[in-house]
Design a protein around this ligand. Structure first.
Ligand code: PHE
Ligand code: ZN
Ligand code: ZN
Ligand code: CA
Length: 471
């Protein structure tokens, strides 16, 4: 049983879980997301800008340095990360995508922020603040030991300031089946404005309780909110335009705080929420730490809750599959190796869906491989790799091995072959194989499938529905 660190007012302590009114069943209340840590991330963004000509603008070195730094933090915490590059009018840019490799991959909950600044300054409130908040929440989740029901994914977008270029690139390049799995996208763009307001996006109320959940959360903390119609002004618009539910918060930009707003939020009436919006003075001095603190706790609250939300299609699968895109339905995403084997070519059937890994079948001397890195938790008592394989061959022998596929584990500089299948194992229906990975607990290894054919008579090794399960 996990021991909670605190039991606050209005919070009931039952069987190790903090039950808070408004939380979904099975969710524990999120911990305090550390404003000290989030502020340290902002210091890092400021240092990166200072070392790179004063900005973190698309196509300039300060942007790539920001992306590399965020990715490294998430990698170290155990996220499966991707640096997705795309081109813009100002040069190459990058999205950093980080997925927590647990929970039901059919229900994806996303939170994101743009990571780029304008060219005129370091962009600490816009949008170091949202980036730092989403990053710190992701790191806190990884460290929490929570078992999510759903799949959490975090996005750090490039080139928002050029017109939502990165987030649009991301959603437009998702296969329709992958898009449909995204249940919610939460956006955070400017959350530590020096003269802050507490705005909740009013954009997408239908079929989406997230907007109201944010209002309820802030109200419970004694912070009044106002709805704001953000229109197309930030990255959630890329998701919303494809029908994905969105929500988000905002502490204000160039708009002026009214006296009514100053009365409920403090600060200065008649002054902009952020006088340094898009200016060189959007530095580490341009943030309000109270706003940052409240906002990041709201991000934590939403992430912890939506991680457990029941999307109504029965209990989640037992035993997490630690492999991503295990049935290849997203194409080659998450797999490395030879390009080509992962295909929806109808020349061989998939076991499920339409995609599979069709290794070899060339009928000449060739080798092909695909693989994926996976971390087996040290807490596991057992771990297995399973796969389904279908083998057809033009070889006629019943005794000689000519063509093979090897199932291997690469552990640092040591490669171990767990199993070898060959032209002698032909089967025109799929057969499931299960191999033991328990010896790799506590390690990050690459599981891979390596095909090899001799000079004539093809053998096709078709693999689908792979899984690494730790228990
Ligand atoms: N997306 C705007 C920018 O980066 C800021 C903004 C966020 C404006 C949310 C309105 C609402 O410049
Ligand atoms: Zn901006
Ligand atoms: Zn912004
Ligand atoms: Ca498949």
């Amino acid at each position: 049983m996990r021991t909670p660190l605190y039991s606050g007012l209005g919070v009931v302590l039952v069987a190790g879980a903090l039950l808070v009114p408004g939380n979904v069943a099975g969710a524990v209340e999120s911990p305090d997301i550390s404003v000290t840590n989030a502020k340290a991330h902002l210091d890092q963004f400021q240092s990166i800008a200072t070392a790179n000509g004063g900005n973190r603008y698309t196509g300039r070195p300060g942007y790539k340095a920001s992306a590399d730094w965020v990715k490294a933090k998430l990698d170290a915490a155990g996220y499966a990360t991707t640096l997705q590059s795309f081109s813009t009018s100002a040069g190459t840019s990058y999205n950093v995508i980080a997925e927590w490799p647990h929970g039901d991959a059919n229900h994806v909950v996303m939170a994101g922020a743009h990571l780029d600044s304008v060219s005129s300054g370091p962009g600490i409130n816009d949008n170091g603040s949202g980036s730092a908040g989403v990053l710190e929440t992701a790191l806190a989740y990884a460290a929490s030991g929570q078992t999510p029901r759903n799949r959490l994914r975090f996005g750090f977008w490039g080139a928002e300031e050029l017109g939502l270029v990165g987030s649009r690139y991301y959603v437009n390049n998702l296969l329709a089946a992958e898009r449909a799995k995204i249940e919610l996208y939460l956006n955070f763009d400017m959350i530590a404005s020096p003269n802050p307001g507490y705005f909740v996006y009013d954009d997408n109320p239908a079929g989406n309780g997230a907007r109201d959940d944010l209002v309820t959360y802030f109200t419970g903390k004694g912070v009044q909110t106002e709805f704001v119609d953000v229109q197309g002004r930030s990255d959630h618009a890329a998701f919303r335009s494809l029908g994905i539910p969105t929500a988000g918060t905002f502490s204000g930009a160039e708009g002026t705080k009214s006296s009514a707003q100053a009365a409920k939020w403090g600060g200065t009436a008649g002054q902009a929420f952020d006088r340094c919006y898009h200016r060189s003075c959007d530095t580490i001095s341009n943030i309000d730490l109270t706003s940052l603190d409240r906002q990041i706790d709201a991000i934590g609250h939403m992430v912890w809750n939506y991680a457990q939300k029941d999307y109504g299609d029965g209990p989640p699968p037992t035993g997490d599959n630690l492999l991503l895109n295990p049935g290849f339905e997203s194409g080659a995403v998450n797999w490395t190796g030879t390009s080509g084997p992962i295909t929806n070519n109808s020349g061989r059937p998939a076991r499920t869906g339409t995609w599979k890994a069709w290794l070899q079948g060339n009928g000449r001397t060739t080798t092909e491989n695909i693989g994926q890195s996976v971390t087996i938790p040290s807490s596991a008592t057992a771990a297995t790799l399973s796969l389904w394989i279908r083998i057809d061959t033009a070889e006629t022998t019943n005794s000689t091995v000519y063509d093979t596929v090897r199932v291997q584990v690469v552990d640092g500089s040591t490669t171990t072959t767990l199993a070898t299948y060959s032209n002698l194992n032909r089967s025109t229906s799929y057969v499931q194989k299960t191999l033991d990975l328990t010896q790799y607990k506590g390690k990050t290894v690459t599981v891979r499938f390596v095909g090899q054919e001799d000079s004539s008579l093809q053998t096709s090794f078709v693999i689908d529905d792979t899984a690494v399960i730790a228990s």
